[in-house]
Design a protein. Sequence first.
Length: 528
Amino acid sequence: MNIGIFLGYGPQVILNKEGLGRYIAGLIKGFIANGNQVTIACPNWLMDSVKCLCDDFGIQLNKIKFITTDGNPALWDVYSFLYKKKTKNLKLSSIKHFCMKIAHKKMMKLPRIRNKILFFMCTSIYAVNSFFIVFFICLLLLSKLFGNRAKIYFKNNKIAHYIVKYFCIRHIDLPLILFEKMYENEVEVLVSKINSEEMRDVWFVPALFWPQVCKITNGTVVINAPDLVSEKFPLGFAGVYNADNAIESCRKTLQHGKYFITYCDYIKQKLLKDKFSKLDEYVLSISHINNSMLNYINIGQGVNQQTGVKENLNNKFSHILLNIAMAKSSMSYGYLYRMNMVSVKYIFYASQCRPSKNIMNLLRAYEFLLHNKFIRHKLFLTVSRPSKEMKQYITEHNLENDVICFAGVSAQTLAALYCCADLVVNPTLYEGGFPFTFGEGMSVGTPSIMSDIPQVREVLAPAGLENMMFNPYSWKAIAEKIEWGLSNADLLYEQQLKLYKMMEKRTSDKVAEEYEEAFRYFISIDGR
């Protein structure tokens, strides 16, 4: 089968640092292993990230055909240059100050310019024109010095009033608008290139962010619908910058797309069928690949030899990796370089700080256990950008030395964090399927406790593991389950091992076969 994979991510995305990126790599590896021809379509700015991802997973690049845009837009070269400088005299505010002087309507044409010489010529012309705009704005400010006559003039004079009204746009973030325009244009260019290429049997789209994929005509388009968390927690995303644009793009994809794959039956029923009225026969659910972390730290022992045993070569190697990670983090946490990870006990949650991840309730539960139940464990997180509320809570409750955030860790360091933890905690309120954290922890010998949400209950209830779930909306319930889990970690591991052994069979090759079967089904319906 000739399988195309569409990756329209922006230049800021590092795929091998993202859970979905690693999942995509697992599928690509499985598709190739099963004898399929694989084509990856992505913007040129994503090529380095894709190559790093393939390198991490041992995927040979000569096994893949690439479709990319021709170079980067000139505007991205400017953004990239200015962002990388990071000097006092050249910050993002410099970009904003520059862009705010340029006429809004004409600036919207800049993201489409690919020729760098033409780009800088147009920018210079627009900047000169903008001088006159600034002149009129200055006149408006000076009007206060000349009383009501000047104010009346600007109010009654249509030309002056129009200029002031149209170009006084301090409340609009022009750099962001330009970036979005540039990004949307690149995705459209990529879709056009795909349509000009030879026919593929199927184009697989692993996320909902790109409604433009519905315009692909040279193959059956199958879209992965992981979730639409904003439908469940709209208020949580109200304060997330520019979230409305991303959410609207996902909605458009769901509205205009035809064939979908979800990670669980709950999302298939509640989101695709009930919310967006998709036909049952056009939506299939396929469970996750088991994301084992063992290969990253394996010295020769498998999970069978790790049952209840923490003194083994894998664990010792993991502690060495964590000591290295601690040394790298000492700039943020000055005391970390003195810590020996062999003596540090901790609970672990691998997640970013997003509204649905429920990190604040986890912090409340941990603070209660630390200051009232006197547990000696630290809380390790992988949050790279803590929210203002999170920072404030940590400071107010003196948790700076107990809540440690490891930002942008490698897959190997992530495996070490799982391996050396006493307990994995996942308090999430909403997921696209059964969370990766369970398999990631169990693959290196660490048990989990998890939220009692439909996506989790769908898997744990049939396995008789309700005792490892808790009410994620109650920090007290989280605290009680953490305390119980730390006291019964060996029992938890033994109970969860049977389920993990079943999940372990869901290798990348096996799940890739299920995707291929789904592709053939959709192709037959599509009549291709």
